[in-house]
Design a protein around this ligand. Structure first.
Ligand SMILES: Nc1ncnc2c1ncn2[C@@H]1O[C@H](COP(=O)(O)OP(=O)(O)OP(=O)(O)O)[C@@H](O)[C@H]1O
Length: 263
């Protein structure tokens, strides 16, 4: 058999199904979903509320455990609770930065603690550097979450994901709790960080405009299944094969790439 030149995908999800509930009340949230994600790629998951997007991220991180199918990271199968090496590669950024930051921990503690657990020795430098990278700087270092705006809190959440040098970010509606103008700032920050650090994104949103600004390729989800794969060109021309996706495109009009770029 000839050897393939195609590099192994960074993340591979094959025939993933996910259930919630017990045997009497079992509900299938994801239904035989398959996709791969190459290193450096930004892949979007879009779909209406309840279509199963976040559940895929939960399965990848083992927060949803009643699953079938296969998930590989850098060619290694993921089974059981995720270990330190998984989290040094993969980090999540959630929708609500207020809920994801400990209210009584300073920014410094939030960023230093994972490094301390990793046994890092250059903690001080790395915290300073990552705060600069996310556009906050040293003056925010000893503030508490309640002393920050929503956008600043999300910058801290992104810094926490990056301080451990993660290469793959799982982004779950990272801007939908923010004002539109702040959304654009955070999306532009994420794009810049992806370029500068060569990051890989799996980006979940119900908003096709947000996701088309951020992603090279988009999987459309409906009732737990992937119903369509959208490439960049289709997004720009606003054409889709299914009425469901066309509806998502219509709903996203008014929040354009141009507005984002002007932020
Ligand atoms: N812990 C849970 N227990 C039971 N059902 C759940 C649980 N988490 C999610 N679900 C159900 O699984 C389905 C998919 O939910 P999921 O959160 O993945 O949707 P989503 O596409 O991310 O939508 P949203 O953006 O509203 O979160 C929904 O019907 C939801 O009610």
């Amino acid at each position: 058999m000839p050897l393939s030149d195609t590099p192994a995908p960074m993340l591979s999800v094959q025939d993933l199904s996910v259930w919630f509930g017990d045997t009497h009340n079992r509900f299938q949230a994801v239904d035989t979903v398959s996709f791969t994600l190459a290193a450096g790629e930004s892949l979007g998951l879009v779909g209406e509320s309840g279509s199963g997007k976040s559940t895929i991220l939960k399965a990848i991180t083992h927060l949803a455990t009643d699953i079938s199918g296969h998930i590989h990271l850098d060619g290694t199968p993921l089974t059981g609770p995720r270990d330190k090496s998984f989290y040094s590669t993969v980090q999540m950024v959630f929708q609500d930065p207020y809920a994801s930051l400990h209210p009584r921990h300073t920014v410094d503690r939030c960023l230093s603690e994972p490094l301390r657990l990793q046994g890092a020795t250059d903690i001080d430098n790395r915290v300073r550097q990552v705060l600069e990278e996310v556009g906050l700087g040293a003056k925010f270092r000893f503030r508490y979450p309640h002393q920050l705006s929503g956008g600043q809190r999300q910058r801290v959440a992104i810094a926490r994901a990056l301080v451990q040098n993660a290469r793959l970010l799982l982004l779950d509606e990272p801007t939908s709790a923010l004002d539109v103008s702040v959304q654009a700032e955070i999306l532009n920050l994420l794009s810049d960080l992806r370029k500068d650090r060569g990051l890989t994104f799996l980006f979940v949103s119900h908003d096709l405009a947000v996701i088309s600004h951020m992603c090279d390729r988009i999987l459309v989800m409906h009732q737990g299944k992937i119903t369509e794969v959208l490439q960049d060109k289709q997004l720009q021309s606003g054409t889709a094969e299914t009425p469901y996706t066309q509806g998502l495109i219509e709903a996203s009009r008014g929040f354009t790439r141009k507005e984002m770029a002007g932020a």
